[in-house]
Ligand binder design. Sequence first.
Ligand SMILES: [Fe+2]
Length: 300
Amino acid sequence: MLVALPRKSLKTNYFQHKHNSFVQSITSSRGLKFKILFIISILFKFPFIIWHTLRNLFLKKKKYLYLEQRKLLEQLQYYGFTMNPRYILDKNTTYRLREDFYQDYQQSININGNECSVMYKPLRQTNIKIIMEQLVANIEPIINSYMYYSPYLKHIFYMYSDNNTIHANSSQHWHLDKQGPKTLKIFIALHDLTNDHGPLTFIDSNASAYLDNSVKYQKIETKKRIHDSEFDQALVGIPSQVINFTGDEGSLLFLDTDRCFHFGSRKSSYSRLLLLIEFGSLLDFKLPETSRYRPGIISY
Ligand SMILES: [Fe+2]
């Protein structure tokens, strides 16, 4: 079961506003300060966590993982990513999504603010329903287990990059998202992806942990992006493999962008269109705010 936070709790109120302002400093902290702030943020959310735990225990039918799903989950836990050769969305769906995107392209809204290397565009409600049905049927227990049994659908967007320009200090450079202890982003290729499409590029969570420590990574303006030369220098002699998300239309990547350093949408020959489905958990640093969530999406 994908937990939909009750709509009441999504409204931005004084408590949430205070909480979110307070935990803002978590993402830019390290070491002991980080641990203390994180524990305080959990205490704030304790009533929500208890409520969802009880709800899961007593009200919801537990779904068990098949052997293949268990392997996928283990890989995700250990490496922070997994690329599933089995497609979640069928060809008809990816075709339909792509066609709808280009049809609506003119009315698209760039909701990303400062970073213009990627444009995020909402999907039509009918398409969200189709995707979520297929997602629930195929991978719901994986999402549940990975996200502390309290996942909620955070975003479901088209992710389009024209790959025309280099943007300074943007997500075209190595970074972590740092939104919580874990996040789960599912990327689905809406066309064949090659190295000429500015692919999403990442390293696994073990190499990322090493890099994090060696560069003392912080989500502050001067340190939130790691340039290639610094990256290469920090990982000299460390077994790490830089992986590009390429593959046929419908290919799928599960990536924890809080645990795995990544970048994407660098200047390339061709544009790139992905579907992004992101799950957060109640252990996220911030509580969800109404302005960032359309209730229709959360309870799809
Ligand atoms: Fe990112």
